[in-house]
Each structure stands twice: as structure tokens, then as C-alpha cells.
Design a protein around this ligand. Structure first.
Ligand code: ATP
Length: 295
């Protein structure tokens, strides 16, 4: 199950009229894999996702767990959760009513509400929600009913840092249970901490498809971290033997400790303001590939 192919995209070309928006896209997403679909604005990320969901005219082959997807046949998509562009939310229903429309299991729904910390507003009408609140509701809808494949288009849009961490943790937990993820972003560092493979797209073409491990073997990535209370953070690090160095307003920590640090600070109630790769090796490689392609 773990290494089985959940989503198979083979030589897919997407059209609008005679214009080709995606050209010969081929990639697989295995069960438990988290693919970061990265590319500049207008690269074709949303188009690929819509195509997989059978919402655009295409040539080639798309399979979910071995079953064919076509524009006219969406049966294969029964266990696919998705958040594309704006979340499909009914504004005059409450968040809870929106979730209830899709949920098969009350407990699963309640868990998602609590894990995404939506309890305080879930019974209000969605029309009053902020961008981040809507986004979290959209993510919850995509994760309902134990999906086998989840497709998220720019899921971190509008989310504050704590919500971003919560969403990343949820993604990690679902993937550990075998859910395959395809997540788009134009911000590489946002997905760097969670994705297992990078698929880079530019001008409608896939120009790189590589496991993140392969990049990390070459680099010993450091992260820079700012919290609302760096003094207390240093005490916590000392107590838990987390190695760090200090630099004016921020602390420098190792990538290997990131998950542990996020958990510790979260548990101790210290708010994280920023956590960013210091030496963005992967980013540098991506920029190089894009520049080479432009010639
Ligand atoms: N329905 C459509 N008709 C014509 N062109 C379209 C259509 N949908 C998308 N495009 C074009 O296809 C290209 C890819 O768009 P797409 O939305 O997939 O990019 P993206 O990578 O998701 O970008 P962003 O990061 O800005 O969201 C763009 O040049 C866009 O203008």
C-alpha cells in the first residue's frame, strides 16, 4: 500500500480551445507522498490540478488508484479531497453546516474542527469569515472522509503562522497514514518543511521532478527563527538540549530540530513569528533551473 501509486499522470496535455496550457505532464504520486507542485505565477499549477479533477479538456491518461479519470467520468475521484482556488463554501450556511454537507462521519468532522482550531466560529455563517478562516474550512472539507488523495492549491494562503503549522502537521499525519498529497505553492519555503518530492513547473511544462531527500543529502540546511520571546525560547532550547546560535534578533537552528522546536514552543505557549530557511539550497537550485530554461 505504502509504495503503491495513488495518482498517475501520464503525458497529459490540457487545452482551452486550441491553446495548450499544460504540455506533456507526466508524474506519479505514491501513497503517503507529499508532492510540492512549485512554479511561478501562471506556470500551470492550478490548471494541472483542475485537469486531474476532470474539470478541463485534456489528452493523455490520469488514474486515481488505477481508475481512469475523464472529463465525463469522475467515479475515480470519490476518495479525492480538493481545495482549488477559492474554497467551495456556501456563505449563508455556517461552517458546521458546510462541513455537514460533505461529512460521512461526525467524529472525523469534529476532530478536524478541533485540530484546525475552528471551534470558536464554526457555528457562525461563513459569509463573515476572514480569508484565513475560509481557507481552513476549505482545507477541512478537503480532508474529510479519510481521502486517499488530497489536492490543495496554495493552501497556506491567508493563514497565520500557527495555522500554517497546524495545517502542516495535519498534512504530515494524513500522509503517515497513507494519504497522497499534491500541494501547489509559488513559495518554495512554505512547502519545504513538509513535502517529500518537488515537481517544478514552468510555462506549462514539468522541468524537474526530484525527491527532497536528494537535495538534503547535499545540504545541511539551517533555519532562522524569530519568536515573540526569544529569551524564553533560549531557556527552552537549553532545557531540551537544542543547539542554536544567536544573531541580533533571531536564532539559528538546524533543520533536523524543526519539528521538535515547533512542538516545544507550541506546548510552552511561545508564539512563533517566523521560521525560514537560512541558506535556501533548494531555492537556489530551483531558480537556476528556471533561469536555464529561460535561456
Ligand atoms: N480558462 C482559461 N483560458 C485561457 N487561459 C487560461 C485559462 N486558465 C488558465 N489560463 C492560462 O494558463 C496559464 C496557467 O494558469 P494557472 O492558473 O494554471 O497558473 P498557476 O501556476 O496556478 O499560477 P498562479 O501561481 O498565479 O496561481 C496562465 O497563463 C493562464 O493565463
Amino acid at each position: 500500500m505504502r509504495s503503491s501509486i495513488a495518482l498517475h499522470v501520464d503525458d497529459v496535455c490540457t487545452y482551452v480551445g486550441k491553446t495548450v496550457l499544460v504540455n506533456n505532464a507526466t508524474f506519479d504520486v505514491k501513497a503517503g507522498e507529499i508532492i510540492g507542485l512549485i512554479g511561478p505565477n501562471g506556470a500551470g499549477k492550478t490548471t494541472i490540478m483542475k485537469t486531474i479533477l476532470g474539470l478541463m479538456k485534456f489528452k493523455g491518461k490520469i488514474e486515481v488508484n488505477g481508475k481512469n479519470v475523464s472529463e465525463n467520468d469522475h467515479h475515480a475521484l470519490t476518495r479525492v479531497g480538493a481545495l482549488i482556488e477559492h474554497p467551495a463554501i456556501y456563505p449563508f450556511l455556517t461552517g458546521m453546516q458546510n462541513l455537514t454537507l460533505y461529512a460521512h462521519d461526525q467524529k472525523d468532522m469534529a476532530n478536524l474542527i478541533s485540530e484546525l482550531q475552528m471551534d470558536s466560529y464554526i457555528n457562525y455563517k461563513a459569509k463573515g469569515y476572514s480569508l484565513g478562516m475560509k481557507q481552513k474550512l476549505g482545507i477541512a472539507i478537503a480532508l474529510l472522509n479519510q481521502p486517499q488523495v488530497v489536492i490543495l492549491d496554495e493552501p497556506m494562503n491567508g493563514l497565520d503562522i500557527e495555522s500554517t503549522i497546524r495545517v502542516r502537521k495535519l498534512i504530515k499525519r494524513y500522509s503517515d497514514q497513507g494519504t497522497a498529497f499534491l500541494i501547489s505553492s509559488h513559495i518554495l519555503s512554505e512547502l519545504q518543511k513538509v513535502m517529500t518530492r518537488v515537481v517544478l513547473i514552468s510555462g506549462g511544462q514539468i522541468i524537474l521532478n526530484k525527491e527532497v531527500k536528494e537535495f538534503e543529502k547535499i545540504s545541511h540546511q539551517k533555519y532562522h527563527l524569530t519568536t515573540e520571546n526569544n529569551k524564553l525560547t533560549k531557556k527552552i532550547f537549553a532545557a531540551y538540549q537544542i543547539t542554536f546560535t544567536e544573531n541580533e534578533n533571531y536564532l539559528i537552528v538546524s533543520q533536523n530540530d524543526i519539528y521538535k522546536i515547533e512542538d516545544l514552543l507550541f506546548n510552552e505557549g511561545v508564539h512563533l513569528k517566523e521560521i525560514l530557511p537560512l541558506e535556501a539550497n533548494l531555492e537556489r537550485i530551483v531558480v537556476d533551473v528556471l533561469e536555464k530554461k529561460r535561456g
